[in-house]
Every structure is written in C-alpha cells, then in structure tokens.
Design a protein. Structure first.
Length: 110
C-alpha cells in the first residue's frame, strides 16, 4: 500500500510541475518548457495507471486533483504572486481535510 501512495504522490508532483509550466510555455510557443510540461503530464498519467489498480478510481482522482489544486494554489502565490481571498484559502484547507478523511477511511476498507 505504501508503494501505491508513493506512486500517487509522484503523480501529483508531476501534474503540479506540468501545470506550473503552463504559463511558462507561453501557449506552447517555448519548446523547452512545453517539452517538460508534456513529459510531466505523461509521467503523471503513467503513475496513475498503477494507482488505479490498487485504489478505487474515485479516491485516486479526489486525492490527485484535491492535493494538486492545493499545491498549485500555494506555488502560484510563491512564484506568480497570485493572491487568494480568505474564503478561497479556507476552501483549499477544506479540500485537504476532505482528502485526509477520504483516504483514512479507504485504508481501513482495503
């Protein structure tokens, strides 16, 4: 089970890295960021193929997208100086709480 969650964390990392490269690629006109973006996204989906064999796809997708959104919001603030209203920040923390709850009950069921 640990290996499955490590693959999921790797998929989240790759998806976040690919998403962070979207603005840098400047609408896919910059070849190097675009190439890395594609590699990161393909790697994310490749790693997800191993995870969906061990965990329910709803749990996998909720975790992948939820933690990805949270991480991208934080990195957007750090690297792109984007700000969020307090309501959005609260919502992001609720997403993380939801992901923790969903995964804690999933582990007990398997």
């Amino acid at each position: 089970m640990l290996k499955t969650y490590l693959f999921l964390i790797g998929a989240i990392f790759c998806e976040v890295a690919g998403t962070m490269l979207l603005p840098v690629s400047q609408n896919f006109t910059k070849i190097i960021p675009t190439s890395f973006l594609a590699i990161f996204y393909l790697t994310a989906f490749y790693l997800l193929t191993f995870v969906v064999n061990k965990l329910p796809i709803a749990i996998v997708y909720a975790t992948w997208s939820g933690l990805g959104i949270f991480t991208i919001a934080i990195l957007g603030y750090i690297f792109f100086k984007q700000t969020l209203a307090w309501q959005a920040i609260l919502g992001l923390f609720l997403i993380v709480i939801g992901v923790v709850l969903v995964n804690s009950f999933t582990i007990k069921l398997n």
